[in-house]
Design a protein around this ligand. Structure first.
Ligand code: UD1
Length: 356
């Protein structure tokens, strides 16, 4: 059997690797490599347990650091593992520093790379993620994109070979786990909240967290919403709030980072979601919950075109009016924007026909 190394490191990658790992192991030997970018139990191990992910064969324990230091440490250690394991291909997901390091270390050793979630663009090169995905796309052999738009983005950059529209791998996970989340999660009881009587918010992007005034303004808008805001706090945001001595009003309930099932259930039950995450914009859509994206732009433009997602750079009147229209938005058509939840099988079919 041919051997494939899967590179994961940050929370969304554990969710994406879940369904692909199961399908991959039917045709290949998979070596799972965790860079250690996320290391807190609530950001990492909890997802392995909930998604029944195999324990990583390697955990490189790279941890936090500046972009250069973190990526460089991963590159060095990944190269050593690749040299030892001699994989036939490497799979990377999304747009984190682990993605770029996994791809770059591989191509330098002439190991072909498969990029899952290829072709996404915000067209904002100040975002570290935009640089990571651009570079990864340009050095990958297989580009697995979620939509026609992402395929077009690649074409505009001259990438046309081996581009496959396979839908969104996160939908595979949502379909597999949403019922379980509804049945098994006790988060609503634990937090003593009722369906449709709260908003769910997440904030972690550097552009929002690393600017004190901006973070304060976002929290002010959350305070002005008509219902309570549940805010699972990302460690980056927590650190910044401590640095800025930022306190929040009673309308915001801060909780620990939520696990996958609890997060799905909170999305299922919230009136609207407010977020700067990429993954949550799509998950909210799949679960039929309107979303407000607190950024200048989004890569997931189809959700905006469909009317379910509103992008605003923190404008209070827009946020309040969209939040108010949540029931109306739920009546909009809800087409399959990113496939039908069969991405893992499609990716494995393509890889197994090309790697012998
Ligand atoms: C990373 C990704 C981002 C992704 C996000 C998902 C990059 C450039 N960014 O951002 O695209 O959306 O993951 O969460 O790769 N920290 C902890 N414990 C942890 C992990 C992080 O305390 O387990 C703290 C550290 O102080 C660290 C900070 O959070 O410095 C930021 O972590 P890092 O992995 O660098 O980036 P994220 O903000 O999580």
């Amino acid at each position: 059997m041919s051997k494939i190394c899967t590179i994961i490191g940050a929370r969304p990658q554990f969710i994406k690797a879940g369904p692909l790992s199961v399908a991959l192991r039917e045709k290949f030997v998979e070596i799972m490599i965790h860079t250690g970018q996320h290391y807190d139990s609530g950001m990492s191990q909890r997802f392995f347990d909930e998604l029944h992910l195999p324990e990583p064969d390697y955990n490189l324990g790279v941890g936090s650091g500046s972009h250069g230091a973190q990526t460089a440490a991963m590159l060095k250690l990944l190269e050593e593992v690749y040299v030892k394991e001699k994989p036939d291909a490497v799979i990377v997901y999304g747009d984190t520093n682990s993605t770029l390091a996994g791809a770059l270390a591989a191509v330098k050793l002439h190991i072909p790379v498969a990029h899952v979630e290829a072709g996404l663009r915000s067209f904002n090169r100040e975002m570290p993620e935009e640089i990571n995905r651009l570079l990864t796309d340009h050095i990958s052999r297989w580009l697995f994109t979620p939509s026609e738009t992402s395929k077009k983005n690649l074409k505009l950059e001259g990438i046309t070979d081996n581009v496959h529209i396979v839908g969104d791998i996160m939908l595979d996970s949502v379909l597999k786990y949403s019922e379980k989340a509804e049945k098994n999660s006790s988060i609503m009881l634990d937090l003593d909240i009722e369906k449709n009587e709260f908003y769910l918010a997440t904030i972690h992007r550097a552009e929002n967290t690393d600017d004190k005034i901006r973070l304060k303004t976002i929290f002010q808008v959350f305070s002005d919403l008509d219902k309570k805001v549940i805010l699972p706090l990302h460690p980056r945001t927590k650190n910044r709030m401590e640095e800025y001595s930022l306190k929040v009003s009673d309308n915001i309930k801060i909780i620990e980072p939520a696990g996958y099932l609890d997060m799905l259930h909170l999305m299922q039950c919230s009136k609207s979601v407010l977020t700067d995450s990429g993954g949550i914009q799509k998950e909210a859509y799949y679960l039929g919950t309107p979303c407000i994206t607190l950024r200048k732009e989004t890569e997931w433009t189809e959700t905006v075109d469909a009317g379910w997602n509103t992008v605003t750079n923190g404008d209070k009147s827009i946020i309040l009016s969209v939040a108010e229209r949540s029931d109306e938005i739920r009546l909009l058509p809800h087409p399959d924007l990113y496939g039908n939840g069969n991405s893992a099988a499609e990716i494995v079919n393509i890889l197994s026909s090309e790697i012998s």
